[in-house]
Structure formats: structure tokens, C-alpha cells
Write a protein that binds this ligand. Structure first.
Ligand SMILES: NC(=O)c1ccc[n+]([C@@H]2O[C@H](COP(=O)([O-])OP(=O)(O)OC[C@H]3O[C@@H](n4cnc5c(N)ncnc54)[C@H](O)[C@@H]3O)[C@@H](O)[C@H]2O)c1
Length: 251
């Protein structure tokens, strides 16, 4: 298992912390060269050091995923030195306002959440697909959310962006189905990470109550599922949304 990704290049957006960091670390431990990207420069620099200390090969970049031009420049740069990208993971996400009813929800906030969570996914997928097509292989994984399947009250921007991301995965998965590139997503319920630090405690309580296992998930549990989805083993799955929800998801 430790060489599942040997000779592969994996690009992980949102790798600065949380789920993205856990996925990048896992792919590195399993032999991938990882390119870790985040808007938080210090976080990806720290992760780069950690991976190097563990003997992994890694590059780090600071990018805002919603800036198309910068994303394109970054991907060009990665391909110049690595010649290919086997795996693309998108773990970027912002919550935006929470426990906020629509009357109080600013359009500016709504658009910002869509710009990062949805337009960002478009930018990086569009940049990477031609490279994967040339190489006749690819695994693309976007992190959606149970909020996108069920809708969380008081989080209209986040829930809408994650629903749209599910449509995006299903559409692109079908579009690329005959190219040897798979496109999948996951829909986690509440996972312990820094993302939830600013979420209203009432919202967190509501979300844990809805999980039959009555606990939050861990980033390592998520990374474990993602590593399989991103591996060669997952060869007959595309356009799918995998649940990781402690029993919350029922469809
Ligand atoms: N934690 C949860 O409970 C949970 C549940 C369901 C889905 N998710 C989704 O999983 C993904 C990862 O979540 P997490 O819990 O690790 O959150 P997190 O906030 O710890 O990580 C998200 C990362 O995205 C980066 N980021 C934010 N805006 C960016 C931008 N414009 N450009 C580039 N990078 C940017 C952040 O700096 C951060 O490192 C997100 O898409 C989130 O919506 C999380």
C-alpha cells in the first residue's frame, strides 16, 4: 500500500490545513510527489517542511483558487517541471455566514462563497483536464458536503455552493467518462477541523445531533477514503459522490 502513488504527481488545493493537509500527507506517505497549494502561504510552507522531514517530495505554492489567471500560471509552472499531473484534489472551501437567515445574508458574502467553492473548482479542473487528457490518465476529486445534499439552514451560501459542486462533479464525470480520467466528489458530514472554529456553536450542535454515530469525523478518516478514490484501484467510479457521514446520509 505504501507505493500506491509511486511515480505519480498529486496536486492538492486547500492543502494548508484540515482535510486537504491530511490528504496531501497521506498521498505523500503512499509515494506521490505532492504539490501543495493554499491561500495561506505559511501553512503550505510548514506542510512542505513536514513532508520533506518525512522523506517525501513536495512543492508548495500560494494561490487564491478563485483567480483564474493565477491558477493557470501555477498549473503551467507545475507541468513544466513535472510533465504531468495524475491526481487533482480540491479541498478548498469557505463556510461564509452561518446561522444567518436570508434577510440578513449579504449578496457580497453569497457571491464570495460561490466564487471560492464553485468557481475555484471550475478554474482548477479546466486548467488540469487538458494535461490529464494528454497523459491519458487522471483522478479528480472535489470535496463537497452533506450540506450540498440536504441543505443546512442558516448557511444558504455554503449549501448552495456545495450542491452546485455536486452537479459539477456529475457533469464533468460523464463528460470525461471515456478518457480514463475519473471525476468524483465526497460529501462529508461534520469533520473536526479549523474550518469549524468560527461556526456558530448552535449550528455545530445541530449538525452532530443529525449524525447517528453522534460524533464528528476525523481528517484521517476522510483522507483514507480520498486516497482510494484517487488511486488506480478506483477505476470504475466516476461522477459519483461518496458519503462519509457517520450514518447521516440516507441517499
Ligand atoms: N470540516 C467539515 O466539517 C467539512 C464537512 C463537509 C465538507 N467540508 C469541506 O471539506 C473541505 C476542507 O475543509 P476543512 O475542514 O479542511 O477546512 P479548512 O478551512 O481547514 O481548510 C480549507 C482550506 O482551504 C483554504 N482556502 C480557503 N480559501 C481559499 C482560496 N480562495 N484559495 C485557496 N485556498 C483557500 C484554506 O486556507 C484552508 O487551508 C472544504 O471544501 C469544506 O467545505 C468540510
Amino acid at each position: 500500500m505504501s507505493s500506491r502513488f509511486s511515480n505519480q504527481v498529486a496536486v492538492v488545493f486547500g492543502a494548508g490545513r484540515g482535510i486537504g493537509e491530511a490528504i496531501a500527507s497521506r498521498l505523500s506517505r503512499e509515494g506521490a510527489k505532492v504539490v501543495v497549494i493554499d491561500i495561506l502561504k505559511n501553512k503550505v510552507d510548514e506542510l512542505k517542511l513536514k513532508i520533506e522531514e518525512n522523506g517525501g517530495e513536495v512543492e508548495a505554492f500560494q494561490i487564491d483558487i478563485s483567480e483564474e489567471k493565477k491558477v493557470n500560471q501555477c498549473i503551467d509552472h507545475i507541468v513544466k517541471s513535472n510533465l504531468k499531473i495524475d491526481v487533482l484534489v480540491n479541498s478548498v472551501g469557505i463556510v461564509g455566514p452561518s446561522n444567518c437567515e436570508i434577510e440578513d445574508y449579504d449578496l457580497k458574502d453569497f457571491l464570495q462563497v460561490l466564487n471560492v467553492n464553485l468557481v475555484g473548482a471550475f478554474n482548477i479542473s479546466k486548467a488540469v483536464v487538458p494535461i490529464m487528457k494528454k497523459n491519458n490518465y487522471g483522478r479528480i476529486l472535489h470535496i463537497s458536503s452533506i450540506a450540498g445534499k440536504e441543505g443546512n439552514p442558516g448557511m444558504i451560501g455554503y449549501s448552495s455552493s456545495k450542491s452546485a459542486l455536486i452537479g459539477f462533479v456529475k457533469s464533468l464525470g460523464k463528460e470525461l467518462a471515456q478518457t480514463n480520467i475519473t471525476v468524483n466528489g465526497i460529501a462529508p458530514a461534520l469533520i473536526s477541523s479549523e474550518m469549524n472554529t468560527d461556526t456558530d456553536p448552535k449550528m455545530l450542535e445541530y449538525m452532530i445531533e443529525k449524525i447517528p454515530m453522534r460524533r464528528t469525523g476525523t481528517v484521517d478518516e476522510v483522507a483514507s477514503l480520498c486516497a482510494w478514490i484517487c488511486s488506480r484501484e478506483a477505476s470504475f467510479n466516476t461522477g459519483a459522490i461518496f458519503d462519509i457521514s457517520g450514518g447521516r446520509a440516507t441517499y
